[in-house]
Design a protein around this ligand. Structure first.
Ligand code: BGC
Length: 738
């Protein structure tokens, strides 16, 4: 069941739990006479120490929970002060501590529709990862941070970085792909950009929330080494790179305990090993206990106060939760508010800079579109030469699709595929942004004869394709929180449509609007394939600029495209048995069902490499309108391994190549054949060569030793492989490391 779809449970829940007004809000205490914690020259921890000392027990409890959520409940009367986001925490005005206004913001700020505001949709997070571009990731986060503040929020709930162990997970588009070093680095840059705008940054869903089916019940079984080297490493790198102030724990169980009351995850790893100074908040309805969760390291319950309201107060008063533990939770929340700047620089509502942000969304999409196939240099099209173009399928006359669930950004004017005024966003509706490929293609090629066909009638589409110089066929795969894909096949007979168009016209280009990889039984029959992901507010304009060569593609896949579902580590996603429904049952804890990630370390390309399974398009792959060559690799051991090599643009156009470095560890390390350890995006004019220098972070060459609870470099021979994709690695050199 999906928590967001059950508004009727609200009345029931209020009856069960009651709605308590926090005493601090009723007491009307005098404002503090002096506020030494407002001295910005003190550290966030010093400031938090000073202010926590002044708080009453009720005030402390106030900070430990939300106030309900529209349609989710239970609602506190104090939620009237909510800014309309997913979460609102009451502040302590007498001590100068503001409330926390949280909004989902995966690829843009959520709920602008129902709040009567505007938000820009960026390309989805997976698309952002496909840019492999650190500046683009920072800009991505900065845009979201600014739009959050303009709309009155001071905390984001974005920052999804669960690894794509299971690419059919309906939230794959909200995450950063299958490699921990790429995903962690990119989410870290994104969150750094976001938090630099003075909002509280958040990284989620910690951890192993790799399927949506039965997410409130499933128990994920996985060994610690695999977690630390893969899924948790992405979080570790993301936190290190961003200083994000908050971590959202996931709905699911991990090795027996719910993630939000899992001592290993929250305390041993996050707070002790990684020294995370911020706070842990539960996913919405992901809290299941008071004393156990508190002792395990959960600092804050969302969206309501079922366990961390009155029950927490009682637990503290009875000594079941020690005061020092409570103070640590509160300290972490308040120090995060100081550290992220939301106390010294609170948001002021203002008009979003729409024009500027649309341009940024377009530029990022231009860096995220992956050119997967370009037979006979079909692309770019020459606008002065092409006579006629058939634009086919996927509502390409009016818009481009977006990802759903709590990531959903609302399009201005409503869903582009329904009549004006009727396209309000509803939970899990398939929402199309008003960015029309047809219009953008026409704008780029004003003299060409361009016609659209919806693709529903095979005879008419074949006739149009046949009569046109070029056919551009659009295909989409929608996904969302709260669902998983049954298969990586395109839905709704779109494979048949593409095959029919390709049979009618040898110059067929396929444009994929997908949130996960898809299989392509027609791949050999078409001449061009572009993966544009969920392309955001300006997707069509970015796409048209790529199609006509104003932009030379640079992006590379952050996730493997397998040949078939059969090649995935698991043939099917384990589905839950029938489960009890309703908030009460979820809060009490649903009966567990099991999923076991026995592929362990072999996530994504590591699986296909180790199992010697050929793939459709490998991790790290992406073409350009020019070509590159690699030479002169030199690997120098030291505290940090240092690599230099040369990349040359061997074609006739300027471009940028993402040069990738992989390492094969010594046999005795017991690792998959190779792992990504670094990359660099190199801008090159036609014919130009540049020397690239890359330093490898030592841990990236290590394994995680569970007995010692530490990273360990295994002495032996390390082979470094350099090139343009995980399966095209022209340069190779081995060194011995001790
Ligand atoms: C999602 C979170 C989201 C929260 C608040 C949950 O259902 O899993 O990602 O932040 O709702 O909307």
């Amino acid at each position: 069941m999906n928590l967001h779809t059950r508004p009727k449970t609200l009345a029931l829940l209020i009856a069960i739990v009651g709605v308590a007004l926090p005493a601090s809000a009723q007491a009307g205490r005098e404002p503090a006479k002096s506020m030494p914690w407002m001295n910005a020259s003190l550290s966030p921890d010093e400031r938090a120490d000073l202010v926590v000392k002044e708080m009453t027990l009720d005030e402390k409890i106030t900070l430990l929970h939300g106030t309900g959520m529209r349609g989710l409940g239970p609602m506190s009367p104090l939620s009237v002060n909510s800014n309309g986001g997913a979460g609102y925490v009451v502040g302590i005005p007498r001590l100068g501590i503001p409330g926390i206004q949280m909004s989902d913001a995966a690829y843009g700020v959520r709920s602008s529709g129902e709040n009567g505001r505007y938000s820009t949709a960026l390309p989805d997070d997976l698309a952002g990862a496909a840019s492999w571009d650190l500046d683009a990731a920072y800009e991505y986060g900065a845009l979201i941070g600014r739009e959050l503040r303009d709309q009155g929020y001071n905390m984001t709930l974005g920052g999804g970085v669960d690894l794509a162990r299971e690419p059919r997970n309906g939230r794959t588009f909200e995450y950063m792909g299958e490699d921990p070093i790429l995903a962690g680095t990119m989410v870290g840059r994104l969150m750094k950009g976001e938090q630099a705008q003075h909002v509280i940054g958040d990284i989620k869903h910690y951890a192993m929330n790799d399927q949506e089916s039965g997410r409130n019940a499933v128990n994920v079984n996985i060994d610690k080494r695999s977690m630390r080297e893969s899924d948790l490493l992405a979080f570790e790198i993301g936190l290190r790179g961003s200083d994000a102030s908050a971590v959202m724990c996931a709905y699911n169980r991990v090795n027996g305990d719910y993630a939000c009351e899992n001592k290993y995850l929250l305390t041993d790893v996050l707070k002790k090993d990684w020294k995370f100074p911020g706070f842990v908040l539960s996913d919405w309805g992901g809290t299941h206990s008071t004393a156990k969760a508190s002792a395990a390291g959960l600092d804050h319950e969302e969206p309501a106060e079922i366990f961390y309201g009155e029950p927490m107060k009682k637990a503290v008063e009875s000594g079941k939760v020690p005061m020092a533990e409570l103070d640590d939770h509160v300290h972490r929340i308040v120090r995060s508010m100081f550290a992220s700047g939301v106390i010294d620089d609170p948001p002021q509502k203002s008009v979003v800079d729409v024009e500027r942000d649309l341009d940024i969304a377009q530029k990022i999409e231009e860096q995220s579109i992956v050119l997967l196939k370009n037979e006979h240099s079909q692309l770019p099209l020459d606008a002065s030469k092409v006579g006629s173009i058939a634009v086919i399928g996927a509502h390409a006359d009016v818009g481009m699709i977006s990802g759903g669930g709590s990531a959903q950004v609302d399009p201005p004017g409503g869903n582009a595929i329904v009549p004006p005024g009727q396209g309000r966003t509803t939970w899990q509706a398939h929402i199309w942004f008003p960015t029309s490929p047809l219009r953008s293609i026409q704008a780029e090629a004003p003299n060409a004869h361009i016609q659209y066909d919806s693709g529903t009638d095979p005879a008419s589409v074949a006739a149009l394709a046949k009569a046109s110089d070029v056919a551009i066929v659009f295909a989409s795969q929608w996904e969302s929180e709260g669902m998983d894909l049954d298969s990586l096949s395109l839905p709704d007979h779109q494979d048949d449509l593409i095959a029919a168009v390709a049979a009618a016209n040898p110059n067929t280009i396929v444009v994929l609007e997908t949130g996960s990889p898809v299989t392509m039984p027609w791949a050999d029959q078409v001449s061009g394939i572009l993966e544009v992901w969920y392309s955001g507010s300006r997707g069509a304009q970015a796409l048209a600029r790529v199609i006509f060569g104003e932009v030379n593609p640079t992006a590379k896949l952050p996730i493997t495209f397998p040949r078939s579902d059969e090649d995935l580590p698991h043939r099917n996603i384990v589905k839950p048995p029938p489960l009890p429904e309703g908030w009460k049952a979820i809060a009490a804890g649903l009966p567990a069902f099991q999923t076991t990630y026995d592929e362990g370390l072999k996530v994504g390309y590591k699986w296909y490499d180790a199992e010697k399974k050929p793939v459709l398009f490998p991790f790290g792959y992406g073409l350009s309108y020019t070509t590159y060559s690699y030479s002169s690799l030199k690997v120098t051991p030291g505290d940090k391994v240092h690599l230099t090599f040369t990349v040359t643009n061997t074609g006739a156009r300027a471009g940028a190549e993402i040069a990738e470095v992989y390492a094969a560890l010594p046999e005795s390390a017991g690792e998959p054949p190779k792992r990504l350890v670094g990359w660099s995006k190199v801008k090159l004019n036609a014919g130009e060569s540049k020397e690239v220098a890359i330093e490898i972070v030592p841990d990236y060459l290590s394994i995680f030793n569970v007995e010692r609870n530490a990273w360990q470099l295994i002495p032996g021979d390390y082979t470094f492989l350099v090139g343009g994709s995980s399966q095209s690695l022209a340069l190779k050199e081995s060194i011995s490391l001790k």
